[in-house]
Design a protein around this ligand. Structure first.
Ligand SMILES: NC(=O)c1ccc[n+]([C@@H]2O[C@H](COP(=O)([O-])OP(=O)(O)OC[C@H]3O[C@@H](n4cnc5c(N)ncnc54)[C@H](OP(=O)(O)O)[C@@H]3O)[C@@H](O)[C@H]2O)c1
Length: 320
């Protein structure tokens, strides 16, 4: 079958179309004939090579979320999955391919009205946005800043905060045009990447959902209100500098909290419940889904170049 593998770490040009044997589902797994693949910021981070310490190696087929039809199941696995249209989390890789395997606990049926392409903009991101806000102990009436809001996680975090009763939802983004799009999903204030650019924005926030991390993270600690919580859910700007600890201590008297959040720490049954509910809402048009562009799987290099150039609002979807 056709797949796309990381031949060399470093950037988009390290991706190559390859011919590999189709995977076989193991016990408790399904095999999905893939119709749509979500291209996530996490794929770009893996492709950069910066996660080598976590076991990612050259040769890997990246891609953690796909949607399509179940065509086979492993030994001792419920055969009623066969023929069902599903969204599936493929784990640490394997998604950029014509067929992919996934554990049944990470497979969710697609409701009528939700396309495969739409589901891969929501399946992973929606859960991170939902539980990221929960991890930050967000409650109605609190102000929220979403840093790096122009990707799938950010768009959903803005929507959920606004619909969850945040009176102010500020975003950081690199363009006024994206700011206008983010206002449509619930942003009340649009800031530049440094956190400036709107004099009417609150000076500080109860909750910051941070998808960027990187060298500027310490300056956002100063944008927390007393008892404010900053939760890092991503690192598209790279790891934070050592000054982060100094920034936290400099805000000692505000009792601020810094936390990381990974969806890996949420029980799979809870992830499934939230995904199922979000898919139903999306099928009814009650959740924003932003497909930036759909490209053939062969164009994975182009997809990653567009991400690297900062051209993508929402998510690129690859079609095998
Ligand atoms: N916590 C979890 O369980 C979990 C699960 C999946 C993924 N992730 C993480 O989430 C991140 C990807 O999320 P995503 O797909 O929503 O993000 P994304 O689309 O890759 O990026 C979001 C936005 O961040 C801004 N940005 C990019 N580079 C930046 C930089 N150097 N400095 C400041 N802003 C920058 C860009 O917007 P502007 O140009 O408009 O500023 C970009 O559109 C990855 O770090 C991934 O590892 C976490």
């Amino acid at each position: 079958m056709k797949a796309v593998a990381i031949k060399a770490f470093g950037g988009p040009d390290g991706l190559s179309v390859v011919d590999v044997p189709a995977p076989e589902p193991g016990e408790g797994e399904v095999l999905v004939a893939v119709e749509a693949i979500g291209v996530g910021g996490v794929d770009a981070v893996i492709l950069s090579g910066s996660l080598g310490d976590l076991g990612f190696r050259e040769g890997l087929v990246p891609g953690s979320e796909v949607a399509g039809t179940v065509v086979a199941v492993g030994h001792n696995t419920d055969r009623s999955w066969i023929g069902r249209r599903v969204w599936a989390f493929t784990g640490l890789g394997g998604g950029y391919a014509e067929q992919a395997t996934a554990a049944v606990e990470d497979v969710v049926p697609l409701p009528p009205g939700l396309s495969a392409a739409a589901s891969v903009t929501l399946g992973s991101s929606g859960v991170v946005a939902h539980f990221g806000l929960q991890h930050a102990r967000f409650s109605p009436g609190e102000s929220v800043l979403v840093r790096g809001a122009a990707g799938s996680i950010g768009i959903l975090a803005v929507h959920l905060a606004a619909h969850g009763g945040a009176p102010a939802v500020a975003v950081t983004t690199s363009s006024a045009e994206r700011g206008e799009l983010l206002r449509k999903v619930g942003a009340t204030h649009v800031l530049d990447r440094s956190g400036a650019g709107d004099d009417t924005a609150p000076p500080a926030y109860d909750v910051i959902v941070d998808i960027v991390s990187g060298p500027d993270l310490p300056s956002f600690v100063g944008k927390l209100r007393p008892n404010g919580r900053l939760v890092a859910v991503g690192a598209v700007g790279g790891p934070p500098p050592a000054e982060l600890a100094a920034a936290l201590m400099a805000n000692f008297r505000k009792s601020v909290t810094f936390a990381t959040f990974s969806a890996d720490t949420v029980a799979s049954a809870e992830r499934r419940t939230v995904r199922t509910a979000q898919f139903a809402e999306a099928a009814d048009g009650r959740l924003p889904l932003v497909i930036h562009e759909q490209l053939p799987l062969d164009d994975a290099v182009l997809a990653h170049r567009k991400m690297k150039n900062g051209e993508v609002f929402g998510r690129i979807v690859l079609l095998p």
